[in-house]
Design a binder for this molecule. Structure first.
Ligand SMILES: [Zn+2]
Length: 280
């Protein structure tokens, strides 16, 4: 089963939840990089020379509201990701002490398949919402993009993970800096996808950012212009990544990532003037 890691941010609690993980060749994932580009980052690669891509979600428990940020890769077969463990986010959520029907809000950073997979599970062959009591908060721009053609709908697994929520009236469409609680605010970070967002948590003088896919790997704190092939608009994603890490560094905030090696918690630090990820 996937792992669990809890942190406190002021009065809010954040829990890193692992759905699954994969090991991927770095020049395959960051397809504009060459093997020599990674010479300086050997310590960020595993013994086989691969990067570790965690597939995780975050719980934010703030002011009595239980928020799940993204819903993992899901329980249906996935061909394009060589997974190391069977995805099991529902059990991981329960292990963290929360029942899926106690989730008040599912907030999406974006609608890629590895962030929406557990929106539903199949019951008698039909996809049913796994979080039936949650408002599912989606950026309008993100929804408009993924529903703009049959091809994109298919890519987003529309029939399995989005349509059932829409049919059940569980989706709230929002725009921009939407407030989830007075401690949790949406921060637009477009580029990976058109409506991609991160979430800022500010409580009792402490700050954290759940960064979604504004970055996928810790190397991107240093190499902010390294973009995975999955970034829809690399120029915009680079600008968003830079601005977000500048803000995180200026605020000495915690980074909470679903894709960095588990648990994906750390800060922006500098050595010889170069910014890098410091796990904490
Ligand atoms: Zn992702």
């Amino acid at each position: 089963m996937g792992l669990i890691h809890r942190i406190n941010v002021g009065d809010a609690e954040l829990v890193s939840l692992q759905d699954s993980w994969a090991a991927i060749p770095p020049t395959g994932f960051f397809n504009t990089t060459q093997p020599s580009d990674w010479d300086a980052y050997g310590e960020l690669l595993d013994e086989d020379g691969n990067i570790t891509l965690n597939l995780g979600s975050w719980l934010i428990i703030s002011q009595g509201t239980t928020i799940l940020v993204d819903s993992g890769i899901g329980g249906r077969p996935v061909e394009m990701m060589p997974l190391k463990i069977t995805p099991g986010l529902p059990d991981v959520i329960r292990e963290a002490g929360v029942s899926p029907d106690e989730i008040d809000v599912v907030a999406f950073t974006h609608l890629h398949f590895d962030h929406t997979g557990w929106n539903t599970t199949d019951v008698d062959g039909k996809p049913q919402p796994l979080f039936p009591n949650a408002r599912h908060v989606v950026q309008q721009a993100e929804w408009d993009f993924w529903t703009s053609s049959d091809e994109l709908k298919q890519g987003a697994g529309y029939d399995n993970v989005l349509a059932p929520l829409l049919d059940a009236g569980l989706i709230d469409f929002v725009e921009g800096e939407h407030t989830l609680t007075s401690e949790v605010v949406t921060v637009p970070t477009p580029g990976h996808t058109p409506g991609h967002v991160s979430f800022a948590v500010n409580s009792d003088g402490e700050a954290a950012y759940v960064i979604g896919d504004a970055a996928h790997h810790m190397v991107q704190l240093t190499e902010t212009d390294w973009c995975p092939s999955a970034d829809v608009d690399p120029t915009t994603s680079t600008a968003s990544r830079r601005a977000l890490f500048d803000r995180i560094e200026a605020e000495n905030a915690l980074i909470a990532s679903g894709h960095f090696k588990f648990p994906g918690v750390g800060r922006a630090a500098r050595t010889d003037g170069k910014r890098h990820f410091a796990a904490s």
